[in-house]
Write a protein that binds this ligand. Structure first.
Ligand code: S3P
Length: 427
């Protein structure tokens, strides 16, 4: 529902990408890894359950704290059943890299969305390393991974993807010799940072990252920063709802993730970092956001991979900004949890916003939201993005199929309500 203004301070829940990696590296390490600020979202819990099914013991100490009893690089055991990774692309793509080099076979599967997403992007390079992986039709999950000996390769990623890069670096731990991944654009570097924190040596030369197989991971203490991808919903909300001022505490501001802030600032947003610090090798800050008059921009191509998960909510900002916002170079949005270009275009049109889909992006003409009923396409970020649109619409915005919000942001509704957002949840 339309809301007057958003004010207050909230703590943003743990980063999804970093929480996944904490479980994976903690499981493969020697010793006990303690994780604070773990995101209890369904995606990260799917990763956790997968490693438990492969013999890793995990103790939940407090609400968001875990102790992972590492089994060492070669300590995983064959799961009794296939592993279901739900909606989580990061889980399936990274775990495939780990499982390719195990002495046992596994089957990885997921929900309808995950089983429709492309997996050849990891299966092809892993096959070059010697992996034996059977996919379903057109390179989709379920995947059958027959663990084999792997050999290091040098591979230039054809797309910008942290999931593919991370998959190959993790497989590289099991490969003989060196594995080199060459990137054609910048993607999030949490895997590299965390591997280093676990004592693994990586060589970085320009856009090439090399890992030598057989290295030991040593358990570490990890504090997970708040997820900038979750914070982005409130950055946009506070920017577009008049007379708002919010502080988002403890948010990761890794330079490979701050595309959404760079883009919003170019659109005129008032966003400031306070209390900048480094926590476990990741930069963190409290982020202050005030209402501002936004204007449309041509989104710089180099910012696209740095904001790839934030386009649903950036489109909401563009929809109320003065003038046109144009996005190109974002074809990857078509193979996320839903086709995010199409899901957003349909929803924006429903709320009376003029927009034009491009194969690799969208042009959005700033306007005013009317009321309407939105199909989220079971995509968490589409559901949350349109709930922010509802705060400004001239009548109620109803969003269907919101269950998947729990994959990345289980307390989204509570936090938005705490800031003064007016929304109700109907089962
Ligand atoms: C992620 C990488 C990105 C991102 C996803 C999380 C990761 O995917 O969209 O939400 O944790 O490595 P791609 O690698 O497909 O770009």
């Amino acid at each position: 529902h339309r809301s007057t203004n958003l004010t207050g301070e909230i703590a943003i829940p743990g980063d999804k990408s970093i929480s996944h990696r904490a479980i994976m590296l903690g499981a493969l390490a020697n010793g006990v890894t303690e994780v604070n600020g773990f995101l209890q979202g369904a995606d990260c819990l799917a990763t956790l359950t997968a490693f438990q099914a492969m013999g890793v013991k995990v103790e939940q100490t407090e609400n968001h704290s875990l102790k992972i009893m590492g089994v060492g690089l070669h300590g995983l055991s064959a799961p009794k059943q296939k592993i279901d990774l739900g909606n989580s692309g990061t889980s399936i793509r990274l775990i495939t890299g780990i499982l390719a080099g195990q002495p046992f076979a596994t089957v990885l599967t997921g929900d309808a969305s995950l089983c429709s997403r492309p997996m050849n992007r990891v299966v092809q390079p892993l096959s070059q390393m010697g992996a034996k992986i059977e996919t379903s039709a057109e390179g989709r999950a379920p995947l059958i991974i027959y663990g084999t000996a792997l050999k290091g390769i040098s591979y230039t990623l054809p797309i910008v993807s942290a999931q593919v890069k991370s998959c190959l670096l993790l497989a590289g731990l099991y490969a003989s010799g060196k594995t080199t991944v060459i990137e054609i654009g910048v993607s999030r570097d949490h895997t590299e940072r965390m591997l280093t924190g676990f004592g693994v040596k990586l060589q970085k030369e320009g856009n090439a990252i090399t890992i030598e197989g057989g290295q030991t991971l040593t358990a570490a203490a990890i504090t997970v920063p708040g997820d900038i991808s979750s914070a982005a919903f409130f950055m946009v909300a506070a920017s577009i709802v008049p007379n708002s001022k919010v502080v988002l505490k403890n948010v990761g501001i890794n330079p490979t993730r701050i595309g959404c802030i760079n883009i919003l600032k170019q659109m005129g947003a008032k966003i400031h970092f306070q209390n900048e610090r480094e926590v476990c090798g990741e930069p963190v800050a409290d982020i202050e956001v005030e209402s501002a008059k936004l204007h449309g921009i041509m989104i710089p191509l180099d910012q696209v991979p740095l904001a790839i998960d934030e386009f649903p909510i950036l489109f909401i900002a563009a929809a109320v900004a003065a003038g046109k916002t144009i996005l190109h170079g974002a074809k990857e949005l078509r193979v996320k949890e839903s086709d995010r270009i199409h899901s957003m275009a349909l929803g924006l049109a429903t709320l009376g916003i003029h927009c034009e889909e491009h194969e690799d992006g969208m042009t959005i003409e700033g306007g005013k939201f009317s009321s309407g009923v939105i199909d989220s396409h079971h995509d968490h970020r589409i559901a949350m993005a349109f709930s922010i649109a509802g705060l400004l619409a001239d009548g109620p915005v109803t969003i269907k199929e919101c269950d998947n919000v729990k994959t990345s942001f289980p307390n989204f509704v509570t936090l938005l309500t705490d800031l003064g957002g007016n929304l109700e949840v109907r089962q």
